[in-house]
Design a protein around this ligand. Structure first.
Ligand SMILES: NC(=O)c1ccc[n+]([C@@H]2O[C@H](COP(=O)([O-])OP(=O)(O)OC[C@H]3O[C@@H](n4cnc5c(N)ncnc54)[C@H](O)[C@@H]3O)[C@@H](O)[C@H]2O)c1
Length: 419
């Protein structure tokens, strides 16, 4: 299937979700326009550069531009399209409730200009019930639009690989809208999952909340072990060693960024803040920053006055340039409050202290984001000489003591039977 002959517009089109999707639309043959209020990123995109790190980004963007992709700040471009996709941010407010008014206001700002009969796809992560609200608004305003919800599920930085390879969720209140959205995403994806809009809204939130909880339990166990002077990574290795049921056991580390926290809080808000496991996960994951600060201070009897701490990595995830909701900033504040002079390095950001300079100035290092440039057991040979707070276990030295048994054959068949 191709999108030849279609005119597509993406609102929020130069963001982390909108831009890779726009590239895919253009490469599939659609005449694609990205509408975004950020003039600087619009210019960058039209110049052929991704404004953030995306694997294969610039190369595919240039091909998409050759195929006709354009970015603009001109909102009225939405009037020309027969496919309009909304991919604006959907944050939570200071009370951890969704800012639905943001979505509604932006939707209202465009929707009356969209031409009758067009497919309108919501691609942002939505608070459950938002689709019904939007559908009712459209019906009350007597607008002839086909409204669908197709939540994005890619991992940041890997969207161009994943849009083509992940099954896409497609939902709508009406068959006509479902069919139009199905046609759009079937042109890109290997398989389509049909859900109702409410199911789709909850699917997306529950998928992200589940990941957030998985990280939380790893972080909680890490804190329990380390607080008791036990090397958690030895326990971690022991749990996983040749034990199939623990294969997916997550390792500790900062669970941050623009999605997992806020999506868990959206689900909590949807459940009248009775999603106690979600709230507990939030306390653990956010609390890990303070735990790391205390670990750094513990190298100096709890006080960091007169000490210099070097933070390695400020972005929210490794090998990426996105600082949104990164816990490194909370670590920095905590260290400064305890009296430390804080330097930071990040190879993906401008203006940070060079690594060698940081290491020689620091009394202790904190590995906040395990970028590949810092080296580890996987990437190699970088050896830091300063003490290190290493919640990620990138430099862990724990090795299990293993001894041969006599029942190797029996063990193998027992393992097969238990899998
Ligand atoms: N980042 C991810 O990897 C990811 C993955 C899956 C789902 N999501 C969801 O996708 C949605 C978008 O996230 P994102 O990371 O792409 O956000 P983003 O901030 O990177 O992109 C949003 C874009 O919308 C633009 N924008 C804001 N208001 C606008 C307006 N009125 N008109 C036109 N453009 C406007 C912004 O300038 C920005 O470029 C969120 O709901 C998020 O939860 C994100």
């Amino acid at each position: 299937m191709s999108l030849e002959g279609k005119k597509a517009v993406i609102i929020g089109g130069c963001g982390h979700v909108g831009l890779p999707l726009g590239v895919k639309f253009a490469l599939a043959g659609a005449e694609t326009t990205l509408i975004d209020i950020d003039a600087a990123v619009v210019e960058k995109v039209n110049g052929g550069s991704f404004p953030f790190l995306e694997r294969g980004g610039d190369e595919q963007l240039r091909l998409a531009i050759d195929a006709g992709l354009r970015a603009t700040t001109e909102p009225m471009k939405c009037a020309e399209a027969d496919i309009v996709v909304f991919v604006i941010g959907t944050p939570v407010d200071e009370h951890l409730n969704p800012k639905i008014s943001d979505v509604v206001q932006i939707f209202d700002g465009y929707v009356e200009y969209i031409k009758p009969g067009a497919l309108v796809v919501m691609r942002s992560t939505l608070f459950p019930g938002t689709m019904e609200h939007l559908y009712n608004r459209v019906s009350q305003a007597k607008l002839d639009l086909n409204l669908a919800f197709c939540p994005e599920r890619v991992a940041q930085g890997y969207a161009l690989d994943e849009i083509d390879s992940l099954p896409q969720i497609v939902s709508a209140f009406e068959d006509k809208a479902f069919n139009a959205a199905y046609e759009l995403f079937a042109a890109l994806a290997p398989e389509i999952i049909k859900l109702s809009p409410l199911e789709a809204e909850m699917t997306k939130l529950m998928a992200n909340s589940w990941r957030y909880l998985e990280f939380a339990i790893a972080n909680q166990f890490y804190m329990i072990a380390e607080k008791n002077g036990v090397d958690f990574y030895k326990i971690y290795e022991a749990i996983r060693y040749d034990y199939p049921r623990a294969k997916g056991y997550k390792s500790p580390g900062f669970a941050a960024g623009p999605c997992l926290f806020k999506d868990t809080m959206q689900l909590a808000s949807f459940f009248d803040h009775q999603f106690s496991m979600g709230h507990s996960a939030m306390l653990v994951n956010e609390g890990l920053a303070g735990f790391v600060v205390d670990k750094a201070a513990a190298h100096f009897d709890g006080s960091l006055w007169g000490k210099t701490v070097g933070i390695l990595g400020m972005t929210f995830k490794a090998n990426n340039d996105d600082i949104r909701e990164s816990l490194s900033f909370r670590v920095r504040k905590g260290l400064e409050f305890k009296g430390a002079k804080v330097l930071f390095n990040d190879p993906y950001l401008e203006g940070s202290t060079p690594l060698d300079e940081l290491e020689s100035a620091a009394d202790v290092l904190v590995l906040s984001t395990p970028h590949r440039e810092y080296g580890d057991r996987e990437y190699g040979d970088r050896a830091f000489t300063k003490p290190m707070v290493d919640v990620w276990g990138a430099y862990r030295s724990s090795t299990l003591e293993l001894f041969p048994g006599t029942k190797n054959e029996d063990v193998a068949s027992l393992k097969r039977a238990n899998q």
